[in-house]
Design a protein around this ligand. Structure first.
Ligand code: ZN
Length: 422
């Protein structure tokens, strides 16, 4: 049923700036409208609520909630190769469905309405996102040297899930894992396929010093240059991390129109460093924010990520005007929509945009006394203020009650699964 949302403050974006003002909006056939026509509406009273575009988490691995606090305070190598990967290899596909749902509960509860995922288990992220009602860009993690050889099986899984699940809210993204698990030829082949199929591409890039130095040793060029040589970098390319940039890398990314997703918590926690955000900003590269998976963050909470990002760089730059709340919010909404080719449709409240909305409780202590609704989203909100969440016009959570996921069931299944593997 179409909805009329009354009495709320609405966060709108115009000329690069978010402002909030009191107004009524309509949701008609899953889209935002400022004028209702005659007909029946479900009226939603949004008194004491700030309505803003849902946050877009541009890099995560939703199934990894199983690993939350499983391998903290260990080295990157120990973390990935000794703790996470050996368990991942043993996880049965159906179990990943439940750990995905746990991740999606956390996303909904903290105001994420759309996410870009890289996963290991055919169909499970799609199935879970479909049920949760979240908007998702799903990518089966790909590895190998040849998409027709050792990479064929995973690619076939990616294409199968696309054929089965592609919809208004579930989209697909080709996702070679990283330059240490995929060859240059593989990246070229994936780039060709993506161009042919009109698909987005994502990968992990230049995450650690080790990755970059190994790349120089093996290829004599940086990881960014390697992907450029492979023809992988363009405006449909989304690159997670980009912490360790070398000379010329950033200019090249800008020239090719690629998007960079910064993951400040994950990069800091794994000791990989702090991304060169000042240089990215200067170059004009499209910058977005991701949480990465819970094994390395350890939350999927975009409010925490926004706050951390702004504070970390203000401190590092010794500049309190650096990365304003407005700019960070733009990264988590408008810039993400741009990267996904959905500018004007996602990450924004405007006529005709998708009704992916979150409603924050302005009576929450952390936001009170509401002196600046926009800056509070970056510096004060912790995600618990999110009262209601709507995606594509459908309510996923109303006044903190989850409407699409059975929390008790998910908890009990994930408890069983953790006991089984960890
Ligand atoms: Zn990742």
């Amino acid at each position: 049923m179409n909805k009329k949302i009354i009495n709320g403050y609405v966060a709108e974006y115009e000329n690069g700036v978010f402002t909030a003002s009191k107004k009524d909006i309509y949701v008609i056939d899953g889209k935002i409208s400022y004028s209702g026509s005659s007909g029946e509406y479900e009226v939603i009273d949004a008194s004491d609520r700030l309505i803003m575009p849902g946050l877009i988490n541009m890099h995560t691995h939703a199934y990894m909630t199983l690993f939350r606090n499983y391998a903290d305070d260990v080295s990157f190598d120990e973390w990935l190769f000794k703790r996470i990967m050996p368990v991942e290899d043993r996880i049965e596909k159906e179990d990943a469905y439940w750990t995905n749902l746990l991740g999606m509960i956390e996303m909904i509860e903290t105001g994420t309405t759309c996410f870009s995922d890289m996963h290991m288990f055919e169909g499970q992220s799609c199935k879970a996102a479909n049920e949760a009602g979240l908007r998702a860009y799903i990518g089966r993690g790909l590895v190998g040297d040849d998409i027709g050889g050792d990479g064929a099986e995973r690619l076939a899984q990616a294409l199968r899930e696309r054929a089965e699940y592609e919809s208004d809210t579930i989209r697909f993204i080709l996702s070679p894992h990283a330059i240490y698990s995929c060859s240059e030829r593989f990246y070229s082949q994936v780039a060709e396929l993506a161009a042919r199929e009109g698909l987005l591409k994502q990968t992990h890039l230049s995450e650690s010093v080790f990755e970059v130095e190994s790349c120089y040793e093996k290829n004599g060029i940086s990881p960014v240059e390697l992907l450029d040589r492979a023809g992988f970098l363009d405006d449909k390319c989304i690159l997670a991390h980009c912490v360790q940039m070398r000379e010329g890398d950033i200019e090249l990314l800008k020239k090719r129109g690629a998007t960079v997703v910064t993951n400040p918590a994950s990069n800091a926690k794994l000791g990989n460093g702090i991304a060169p955000i000042p240089a990215f900003r200067e170059s004009g590269v499209n910058l977005c924010i991701g949480t990465d998976g819970t094994a390395s963050n350890n939350t999927l909470n975009m409010f925490r990520e926004m706050s951390l990002l702004s504070l970390m760089h203000k401190g590092a730059e010794r500049d309190c005007t650096f990365l304003s709340a407005n700019e960070v919010l733009t990264m988590a909404t408008v810039n993400a929509a741009k990267a996904l080719g959905m500018e004007g449709s996602l990450g924004i409240i405007s006529e005709g945009a998708c009704a992916d909305l979150i409603f924050l409780d302005l009576t929450a202590t952390s936001l009170f006394p509401n002196n600046d609704l926009i800056t509070s989203l970056c510096y004060s909100a912790n995600g618990s203020e999110v009262a209601s969440v709507m995606v594509n016009g459908k309510m996923l959570m109303k006044d903190r009650e989850l409407l699409t996921i059975d929390r008790e069931r998910v908890y009990s299944e994930v408890r069983r699964i953790a006991k089984k593997y960890l």
